[in-house]
Design a binder for this molecule. Structure first.
Ligand code: AMP
Length: 412
């Protein structure tokens, strides 16, 4: 016997009982982000592989080992999107959004794909809600973006929130700093984990992320990027911080903050929740003033973040929305029952139709389970309309049922 089909590892089904939570995330995003003038954008689920290879960075884990890449019938290499920023930057230029008032303020919500090792809170297909503000390098945009991530998490009841903040400076500053860091790592090579040692030249910053005790010891004495920023970058960072202070958003400066994407410049941030386990990241992002150039597009500054929808739900305490009220349960399966259902729905009622050929008793039980206000039972002399609240029954002509239910709804 063949095995039963199962969902692929690292994916999950959104079951009917999960729908309310996901709607709560969407509603909160629409209200908070839309309220701040961000407008929704959705880009394709797959893009040319090149977009991510260049945009996310060849040395990143995402590009090196996590992308779902395939060839289409025309032998073009396509990739299921692992992140949203490079696609939104592409779309901004493809659709001439630079001609709109700047910055273009965009938000998105949808599925993303990374071939990571599945564990609690980490999936291979997951959803992100995110924003991108493209076309301004003003520190006010950075500060506003961070407050919006904070507001979204707060609105969804995320507890134990920690906001970490850093500045990465410009790529030039980073290049100089990188040499210092590589020199430090080389000087202590024998104490480092094998993985870090193998990647000293490729991605020395990742050493700050390591759990390995020897590596951690070496990193305690490592030079910090924040001590090597240019005056302009230091000033930008101070302006961002002044605004977060004014908005009374609590944050910690974390000079070791590293994110697995190459394109960040200047402001970098991450919001975590202690309600989550090892995968404590709720959302994060940063400024990416060099991304457009990397993609071969005109120089365009931008900043954005993405938050994991599953993590927001795991760490939050959203109140479920009530299910739609069932106004009428039509207890019949014949054509007359179907006609009544169609008519009542056209009149704007929420109607559920008997679909299982139950006995009269079974129908009433199912109507009760559905929370129906009225049940229409087909009899010889017309339709027996039962008010499930009062228990009263009356015989009503078929063409009068809808009006009767509507009246009852207005009275209650
Ligand atoms: P990133 O795009 O890596 O900056 O991630 C932003 C946020 O997306 C993280 O803080 C997580 O909440 C969420 N996220 C990233 N990768 C995954 C994953 N594999 N499964 C679930 N959520 C994820």
């Amino acid at each position: 016997m063949s095995e039963k089909p199962q969902a692929p590892r690292g994916t999950y089904d959104v079951l009917p009982e999960d729908d309310a939570g996901r709607r709560a995330v969407e509603a909160a995003a629409r209200s908070i982000l839309g309220g701040a003038g961000y407008r929704r954008i959705e880009t394709p689920i797959f893009e040319h592989t090149e977009l991510f290879a260049r945009g996310v960075g060849a040395s990143t884990d995402i590009v090196q080992k996590e992308m779902y890449t395939f060839k289409d019938a025309g032998d073009r290499s396509l990739t299921l999107r692992p992140e949203g920023t490079a696609p939104v930057m592409r779309s901004y230029h493809e659709h001439g959004m630079h001609k709109l008032p700047q910055p273009a303020k965009l938000w998105y919500l949808g599925p993303f794909f990374r071939q990571e090792k599945p564990q609690a809170g980490r999936y291979r297909e997951f959803w992100q809600v995110g924003i991108e503000a493209i076309g301004s390098s003003d520190p006010a945009v950075d500060a506003e973006a961070i407050t919006l991530l904070h507001a979204l998490a707060t609105e969804l009841g995320v507890t134990g929130v920690r906001l970490r903040l850093a500045s990465l400076g410009t790529p030039e500053t980073r290049a100089e700093y990188r040499e210092l860091l590589v020199a430090h790592l080389r000087a202590h090579e024998d104490q480092l984990s094998e993985e870090v040692r193998a990647r000293i030249d490729l991605n020395p910053l990742r050493a700050f992320d390591a759990d390995h005790p020897g590596t951690r010891e070496v990193m305690r004495a490592a030079p910090l990027l924040i001590d090597h920023l240019t005056d302009e970058d230091r000033e930008h960072f101070a302006e961002v911080r002044a605004r977060l202070d004014a908005a009374e958003i609590a944050y910690e400066i974390d000079p070791t903050l590293v994110r697995g994407i190459d394109y960040y410049t200047r402001t970098l941030f991450e919001l975590t929740s202690d309600a989550l386990g090892a995968q404590s990241g709720v959302g994060g992002g940063g400024r990416y003033d060099r991304l457009a150039e990397t993609l071969g597009l005109p120089d365009t500054p931008g900043i954005g973040w993405a938050a994991g929808v599953e993590r927001l739900l795991l760490a939050g305490d959203h109140r479920p929305h009530p299910e739609p009220v069932c106004d009428l349960y039509v207890a019949g399966t014949d054509v007359a029952a179907f006609t009544l259902t169609a008519e009542a729905r056209r009149a704007g009622l929420n109607v559920q139709l008997e679909l299982a050929g139950r006995s009269r008793k079974g129908q009433l039980k199912q109507a009760d389970r559905s929370g129906a206000r009225y049940v229409a039972i087909f009899g010889d002399e017309g339709i027996n309309l039962k008010d499930m609240e009062s228990g009263e029954q009356e015989t009503v002509a078929a063409d009068a049922v809808v009006a009767r239910v509507l009246r009852g709804r207005h009275l209650s």
